[in-house]
Design a protein. Structure first.
Length: 148
């Protein structure tokens, strides 16, 4: 992808399960820096939990100043059905923002059965989903530029 200094990306991170989400955030921001983006091209928003991600994604999309929105969080199954509701709300909310505003909304929200599985996905046995989200954002920006 061409290094375009006009690219702007919003990165939204849930603080809940911060032992995992801090690693997602670090991985995404480090990868974006490796790909040539400066801190001035990134705006980072911390939200309390995953359920709050879609609202901030919508506010970012409404501003029409971002080329992509990266959503990062970790929903880890507990003993109740709360997990199922949270996963559904967050995934559908992010999808709605993407479709309504024609902006790539990258779903980097881990939905795992336990903390070990989540940690495996932030630099462990299953790669780094924060870095993967950064890669996906830039790929989608490039694809969307073909339609302008």
């Amino acid at each position: 992808m061409k290094k375009n200094i006009t690219i702007k990306i919003a990165v939204i991170i849930s603080r809940f399960n911060d032992d995992v989400t801090d690693k997602l955030k670090t991985g995404a921001l480090e990868r974006l820096a490796e790909l040539g983006l400066s801190q001035e091209q990134l705006t980072v928003f911390d939200v309390p939990g995953a359920v709050e991600i879609p609202l901030i994604a919508k506010q970012c999309a409404k501003q029409k100043k971002y080329d992509a929105i990266i959503c990062l969080g970790a929903v880890i199954r507990g003993e109740t059905t709360h997990y199922d509701y949270v996963c559904e709300q967050v995934s559908q909310g992010c999808q709605q923002v993407m479709m309504q505003y024609d902006i790539p909304v990258i779903f980097g929200v881990l939905t795992t059965e336990n903390t070990e599985q989540a940690l495996d996905r932030v630099g462990g046995a299953h790669g780094h989903k924060g870095a993967d989200a950064a890669d996906a954002a830039l790929e989608m920006i490039e694809l969307m530029q073909q339609f302008n």
